[in-house]
Write a protein that binds this ligand. Structure first.
Ligand code: BEZ
Length: 248
């Protein structure tokens, strides 16, 4: 099951994703002359900030729509999945924000390909959803889908590893992990949970009929409301796994 992306929706409603990824850029510390691979570059909003620092960046994304949107910003972006990419020893650093959890097919191969793309001593600086990420959103979606004999893990599989699990996978792929933290990031949803689902859960929503869609959204909101609202409105229960690893 593939996720379809609408770069216009994403730029309008999902711009908090690259904005919240900005602290990662400090960890990457791009400088002129550095060659950087951005794994899952999306529409290139954050990638462009690396380019602005003078680094030479290649972005890859499995979505042609997103790679095209990144190219429209002037980024050297290629539509290829991290599982299929074949770069070899050419990058000083790899970077990834909010993308690795979408790569569920073979996460170990993704890490081996990133290691292969790096020069020895090259750094991999990334942030992804970690253990417990959007747990309440997923529980609500799962329950509403079960009523319809549909399976969330088939329609919208995600990979949210624990710190220990991912450290082991990075090491198995040939990295030494120099920093790793798992932390909560309560994230405001100005368009409510329905607004978030319409941008980030298209794999699920596209399985529903036009008539059922508003019913489904209401059901998911009703199930999640006790956990994901407070006096300021809706929020998402994001949990981030952030790390720096060095290719051995
Ligand atoms: C995220 O954690 O960034 C995320 C996870 C699943 C769907 C959309 C976003």
């Amino acid at each position: 099951m593939t996720q379809t992306w609408n770069p216009v929706d994403y730029q309008e409603k999902g711009s908090f994703v690259p904005a919240l990824g900005e602290p990662l850029l400090d960890l990457l510390a791009p400088v002129a002359g550095m060659r950087v691979l951005d794994v899952g570059c999306g529409d290139g909003a954050l990638t462009w900030k690396i380019v602005e620092k003078g680094a030479t960046v290649v972005g890859i994304d499995a979505s042609e729509e997103m790679a095209r949107a990144a190219r429209a910003r002037g980024i050297d972006a290629v539509c290829v999945s991290a599982c299929d990419m074949a770069f070899d020893g050419e990058f000083d650093a790899a970077f990834s924000n909010a993308a690795l959890h979408w790569m569920t097919e073979d996460p170990a191969k993704v890490l081996r390909n990133i290691a292969k793309a790096l020069k020895p001593g090259g750094r991999f600086v990334a942030e992804m959803g970690g253990e417990g990420n959007i747990l309440r959103i997923r529980e609500a979606e799962r329950a509403a889908l079960q009523k319809r004999q549909l399976d969330l893990d088939v329609l919208a599989p995600k990979f949210f590893p624990s710190a220990g699990q991912y450290k082991g996978m990075l090491e198995a792929a040939g990295f030494a992990v120099s920093q790793m933290t798992l932390f909560n990031r309560k994230t405001r949803l100005p368009d409510g949970l329905s607004g978030w689902l319409k941008v980030f859960s298209t794999g699920v929503l596209s399985a529903l009929s036009e008539d059922d869609l508003p019913v489904f959204l209401q059901e998911v909101e009703a199930l999640a409301r006790p956990y994901l609202t407070d006096e300021q409105g809706w929020f998402a229960d994001y949990v981030r796994l952030r790390f720096v690893a060095v290719k051995q």
